[in-house]
Design a protein around this ligand. Structure first.
Ligand code: ADP
Ligand code: MG
Length: 342
């Protein structure tokens, strides 16, 4: 039998001590971390970038198929992704939790293993948080803090006509992973004797359960002396994010279906499920890739980077936002991009 320690047995302060006992501080800028009324951070003349996100059980995650360690990791990563999307470097996080007595101390430890793994991988310090109980369900709130050289942050609202539209990595995988997990859950609920068959879909499931943010892209662009003209991360799906940049920058765009990067395994899985891979990329979400625009003259500097795809270009606002399909037809991009051209 697995051990089960009731969280109540530690008391609030005992619990916080337990969860934070192994914290190692890596940033000189973390002047004061966990243990006082507030943390103290020095960014040594750089500007501070802050973002927060909440994850609610039953809305953003399902504990039936989400291992707690992965959930801890993902909770941190999705927040760091927002900091990178500002062209900044994350340095600290705060983590607040509310949980019911359904969660044991061992379960919470597993969650924190994932949190600390992400802190290590992305070099951020956990400097505080809050701990509360809930009547039902697990609620996670992460605040990420980062730094950027003065005025080097990149907004969504500064793309210009003629700029190239680029995206990192590949899209649609996380949505396909979720589709598979949901399907297996339904099968299991109908017949608990059937074991889930997930063996062959490790790529898509990995994209859903253990997403990664893209510091490598931010570093690459800086190394090449490219400052994106606008940037954001892809959390809701490509089409919705493109529309944000177009609206906030007051530009239009042309997107080429054939240029949208979709991983081979994701494409094969989409076909197997009877889904259109492009639709998954446009409307799926949770890929945590970076979507950015840049000056055409910088094009030569990115051609050798296989992790960056040029997928279109920005136009006058009056031209609207369109996708040119493989077949050559032109359709307006909508927030639910795929209904439009099927
Ligand atoms: P307060 O009563 O001022 O809210 P707490 O007792 O909640 O203080 O927190 C004490 C310290 O522990 C603070 O530094 C806080 O940021 C930190 N902390 C509380 N909960 C967590 C948590 N779940 N993870 C990490 N740090 C936490
Ligand atoms: Mg508190």
């Amino acid at each position: 039998m697995e051990e089960r320690t009731e969280i109540n047995s530690l008391g609030e302060f005992g619990l916080i001590d337990h969860l934070t006992r192994n914290i190692e501080i890596h940033h000189a800028g973390t002047v004061l971390g966990v243990g006082d009324d507030a943390a103290v951070i020095d960014h040594f003349g750089k500007q501070t970038v802050v973002s927060t996100d909440m994850l609610v059980e039953g809305i953003h995650f399902d504990l039936m198929y989400t291992p707690l360690k992965h959930l801890g990791y993902k909770s941190v990563v999705v927040n760091l992704s927002d900091i990178y999307a500002m062209n900044a470097t994350p340095t600290q996080i705060l983590l607040s939790l509310a949980f019911s007595n359904r969660l044991s101390l061992e379960a919470l430890d597993e969650f924190y293993e994932g949190v600390y793994a992400a802190c290590e991988r992305y070099n951020v310090d956990l400097v505080g948080g809050d701990t509360s109980t809930s009547q039902k369900g697990f609620v996670i709130s992460v605040t990420a803090i980062g730094e950027v050289a003065p005025d080097q942050y990149v907004k969504r609202s500064t793309a210009q006509k003629g700029d190239l539209l680029c995206v990192s990595g590949d899209l649609g995988g996380a949505f396909l992973g979720l589709t598979i997990l949901e399907r297996e859950k339904q099968i299991f609920l109908e017949n608990p004797k059937i074991q889930p068959d997930l063996e062959n879909e490790t790529y898509a499931i990995g994209r859903q359960l253990k997403p990664e943010a893209r510091p490598d892209i931010v570093e690459f662009l800086a190394e090449k002396g490219i400052r994106p003209t606008a940037m954001m991360d892809v959390s809701d799906g490509l089409s919705s994010e493109i529309l944000h940049i177009c609206k906030q920058s007051e530009v239009g765009c042309v997107l080429y279906e054939e240029k949208i990067p979709v991983h081979e395994e994701a494409r094969a899985l989409a076909m197997k499920l009877g889904l259109d891979p492009t639709a998954c990329a446009l409307s799926g979400g949770e890929d945590y890739e970076l979507l950015f625009t840049m000056k055409q003259e910088d094009y030569d500097k990115i051609t050798l980077n296989e992790q960056i795809a040029v997928i279109g270009y920005m136009t006058d606002a009056a031209e609207g936002a369109h996708i040119i399909t493989r077949g050559g037809s032109k359709h307006a991009i909508t927030a639910q991009g795929w209904n439009a051209f099927k």
